[in-house]
Design a protein around this ligand. Structure first.
Ligand code: ADP
Ligand code: ASP
Ligand code: MG
Length: 406
């Protein structure tokens, strides 16, 4: 008997008929004699609607109450799926994050899972029950509800698979697997049979939202057998594997983009030791993640311009913090731009091949696309460009690296 964690995303549980279809997929796995724990997302659109309600009342909101509101979408789906499973003759029980419990830290809105107690789930299994767990949610040390950040149900599923020592974690979604680029904007993208954990980690961290970054991190750390596949057909999906399981390594395995970017520029910041720490310290204390950073060389040795990016959701908080500290930081002017997108090229082959970045810059130049900020890692090059050029840039790069399907 195998133990399998299945996760179904928002579109896959988007309406009642789809929840009934999911129940049949779960039944098929149980009929094979397997123990099954199912992790579900909120029905498509629900989380956005809940966030909208919060924003209408308080744009700079209290994180703990935000989590009370936005974690509720998954609760609804978990109850509905448990009912759908019971209706087709299976024993099923939902367990909320606080009932299990799924323990997280206190970073409301982007909490990290610290541990999962599996006793109650195992008791359910002993009674022959299928367990349905709402993704995205957990409980903090002071017993407040917490959520794991957008796309966090993936992480719930992988963390649960790791805690249970599951044989497999199957992530069912609205595409057939992991592609060389988002198949919704690149028609010529093709499905990968396998991708390494490392590449998927980079792809996710630069915006390929097919898996949440932390889910990949956790799967890699705990050696979870992870695959992404369609909730709507039975085609084989994509396996996420260790590097030694991939026979032929492409130079570039994929192109990703993230629209969840905002650019902040501080004009004429004092050019002396300690200033960067004073700028980024308070942002880090407020759990704002700063991503790309460029600092110009100062012309006069006194002041310089500093540009960096944060997520759009963190922009208001960032501006608020920087304005409050203006006297201390001593910059002249603060400007921000939300019409930017980060486009990235990812591939482990970059380690051993030069010229990858150059090909990216020249392809974008050919299309007349201006690069605002650049950042690199061992297996990735990212650029920040005008949002209006997103599709053009991603498609051009997909062709330039020979990824287009014939
Ligand atoms: P779910 O609700 O099932 O979690 P998501 O919307 O979070 O689904 O993630 C699936 C989406 O990820 C796809 O619909 C697709 O548009 C997007 N996506 C972005 N990059 C990729 C990629 N490289 N491969 C597959 N899907 C991708
Ligand atoms: N419902 C949450 C979101 O939309 C979590 C998830 O779907 O993974 O971000
Ligand atoms: Mg998702």
């Amino acid at each position: 008997m195998a133990l399998i964690v299945q996760k179904f995303g928002g579109t896959s549980v988007g309406d009642i008929d789809r929840i009934k279809a999911v129940a049949k997929r779960v039944k098929a796995e149980a009929d094979n004699g397997n123990q099954v724990a199912v992790v579900v997302s909120a029905m498509a659109g629900v989380t956005n609607r809940l966030i909208g309600y919060v924003d209408e009342i308080a744009s700079l909101h209290d994180g703990s109450e935000y989590d009370v509101v936005v974690s509720s979408g998954e609760q609804i789906t978990s109850g509905l799926l448990a009912l759908a499973l019971q209706e087709i003759g299976l024993k099923a029980r939902s367990l909320q994050g606080w009932q299990i419990p799924v323990n997280t830290d206190e970073a409301h809105g982007k909490a990290r899972i610290q541990s999962i107690d599996t006793d109650r789930i195992k008791e359910c299994f002993q009674r022959g029950e299928i367990v349905v767990v709402p993704g995205f949610q957990g409980i903090t040390p002071d017993r407040r509800l917490a959520t794991l950040g957008r796309g966090g149900s993936d992480t719930s599923a992988v963390a649960l698979a790791a805690a249970l020592g599951a044989d497999r974690c199957d992530i069912y979604t609205d595409v057939e697997g992991i592609f060389t680029a988002d198949p919704r904007i690149v028609a010529k993208a093709h499905k990968l049979d396998k991708i390494t954990y490392e590449e998927m980690l980079e792809m996710a961290s630069v915006g390929a939202k097919v898996l949440q970054t932390r889910a990949v991190e956790m799967g890699m750390k705990h050696g979870v057998r992870l695959q992404v596949l369609s909730a709507f057909n039975d085609k084989p999906g994509t396996l996420v594997v260790d590097e030694d399981e991939v026979v032929e390594q492409e130079l570039v395995s994929g192109i990703a983009y993230s629209r969840d970017e905002a650019k902040v520029t501080l004009v004429r910041v004092a050019d002396r030791p300690g200033v960067a720490a004073r700028i980024f310290g308070p942002l880090s204390d407020a759990h704002v993640n700063v991503d790309m950073i460029v600092q110009n060389v100062s012309k006069d040795g006194k002041a310089t311009d500093l540009t960096f990016t944060v997520t759009r959701g963190d922009l208001k908080r960032t501006i608020d913090i920087l304005e409050k500290n203006k006297d201390d930081l001593g910059y002249e002017q603060l400007s921000s731009d939300e019409n930017v997108v980060k486009v990235s090229v990812i591939g482990v082959g970059m380690r051993s091949h030069a010229g990858v970045a150059q090909r990216m810059f020249s392809s974008l130049a050919e299309k007349g696309i201006n690069i605002q900020v650049i950042s690199t890692s061992e297996i990735k090059v990212s650029v920040l460009i005008d949002e209006a050029s997103t599709e053009l840039a991603v498609r051009a790069l997909h062709s330039a690296y020979g990824l287009d399907a014939e």
